[in-house]
Design a protein around this ligand. Sequence first.
Ligand code: NAI
Length: 328
Amino acid sequence: AASPVHVTVTGAAGQIGYALLFRIASGQLLGPDTPVRLHLLEVPQAVKAAEGVALELDDCAFPLLAGIDIHDDATEAFAGTNVALLVGARPRTAGMERGDLLSANGGIFGPQGAAINAGAAQDVRVLVVGNPANTNAFIAAAAAPDVPKDRFTAMTRLDHNRAVGQLAARTGAPVTDIARVTIWGNHSATQYPDLLHATVGGRPALEVVGDDAWVRDTFIPTVAKRGAQIIEARGASSAASAANAAIDHVRTWVDGTPAGDWTSAGVVSDGSYGVPEGLVSSFPVTSDGGAWQIVQGLELDGFSRGRIDASVEELVDEREAVRALGLA
Ligand code: NAI
């Protein structure tokens, strides 16, 4: 049998962790031929809850689950890991300033980046889910100078999937008919969900929709503010859909994007589309199973340019704040 792939999940006792771990262990992350060994990282006070989740994983008798280790130490949790899902983060609480939020998260993602640098497998792939995801990924990458920058990614696949869902609902097309949707910028309310190059059944999405006001006034804000709508309705933030997006992100990264399509991911910018080099920004990306590639040569209209610039400006501000705090 194949030797197990080591997958580390941080924040394993949280709500996304609970929706994510069973899917990983069932083979949905890496496919039906790949055994996985799980490494759960939690803060000491949540280790007991993580142990409870591990008991339930045992009770599923998943054929592909080759073992579970529970850690409260990042160096141990990331030793030899192939796939690192950084879910645990310090949430923003009422009245918390951005500087406080960034510094609390810098205290998590800096040391985790350093631990990945010190001991992860050569082929490690990192997905940051915990918010602010783009800047947390920036901090982790900065703390891992020996790991190629293209291994660090931030999750905007949930936004991407939300955009696909909204477009499918509006047009009545099955989601499988929708291609080339893009999320640009930050995983925040400033993100730009973009249909300019999207297609529905091979036809330009904007033509199929035929209603620019809907795109601007309904589609974009619905996608960008969906997280708040979920909290309002459910009384808790998105968890199963976030876990699903994390699965999709890694699965697409490892398996590759379908021919003629792309997805969205926060990746370290190489300067494409005027996004300053080094920022972790969402782009249209393809994968051939190796590294993500930013889709090149897309023409942008003035509206798109303005929306991308506004979100990227927020990322620049976050980077400045992180640097001012000495976190990267
Ligand atoms: P949660 O609060 O239910 O769970 C977070 C868990 O992380 C807790 O068990 C906590 O003990 C743990 N944790 C905190 N610091 C840690 C550390 N240093 N090491 C290991 N574990 C640590 O939160 P939930 O709902 O699971 O969300 C997790 C994160 O994902 C949040 O930051 C949330 O904002 C973010 N998120 C991101 C999305 C995206 O699209 N990028 C979508 C939805 C949520």
